[in-house]
Write a protein that binds this ligand. Structure first.
Ligand code: PRP
Ligand code: MN
Ligand code: MG
Length: 181
């Protein structure tokens, strides 16, 4: 529980920038889904903050559900082999689904999820991700709503963790190397 500022090197995206971007994305989503029912699916646990703020930025009704997945393997990052820890409570067949994520890093988690959801017969499936690391992509994800493209750095905050910590930061910040090396 040392001083949090000593564990970060810089703020990449501020709380204010996140709020403004989510408002902008909310207006686009409202227009794109006009006249349609919409189900938001948050991917636990990283998407908790984005889901909470994005859903409240929308001036329309939505259904909300959650999916918890974990990828396992030798490395510390996504192996692409994903295990469902908590499945949806909702039958998504015939529904317009918008998957809400905090970040697209390698893209492997979303790639797996998109394939999995496609098999369930949704009417449409789109992705909203607050952050994306284009230079880290191992697989291209067709994400209709992206907040910010960021460099390949170890970012935490606003849902993103390192060893389950830092999710509660209001900004997205770069973790100081001395914390994880
Ligand atoms: C993180 C993040 C995304 C995923 C992105 O989740 O929240 O879901 O990794 O990485 P990828 O594009 O390389 O697959 P994580 O598996 O750390 O679980 P968490 O959301 O519970 O932190
Ligand atoms: Mn996640
Ligand atoms: Mg994580």
């Amino acid at each position: 529980a040392a001083e949090i500022a000593d564990q970060l090197t810089e703020v990449l995206v501020t709380e204010e920038e996140i709020r403004a971007k989510l408002d902008e994305l909310a207006r686009r989503v409202e227009a794109d889904y006009e006249g349609k029912e919409l189900l938001l699916v948050g991917v636990l646990k990283g998407a908790v903050m984005v889901m909470a703020d994005f859903a409240r930025a929308l001036k329309r009704d939505v259904e909300m559900d959650w999916m918890a997945v974990s990828s396992y393997g030798a490395g510390t990052k996504s192996s692409g082999v994903v295990q469902i820890r908590k499945d949806l409570d909702t039958d998504i067949s015939g529904k317009h689904v918008l998957i809400v994520e905090d970040i697209i890093d390698s893209g492997l988690t979303l790639s797996w999820l998109l394939e999995n959801f496609a098999l369930r017969g949704a009417a449409s499936i789109e992705v909203l991700a607050l952050l994306r690391k284009p230079e880290a992509a191992k697989v291209e994800i067709d994400s209709r709503y992206v907040g910010f493209d960021i460099p390949v750095e170890f970012v935490v905050g606003y849902g993103l963790d390192f060893a389950e910590k830092y999710r509660n930061l209001r900004d997205v910040a770069v973790l100081a190397p001395h914390v994880y090396s």
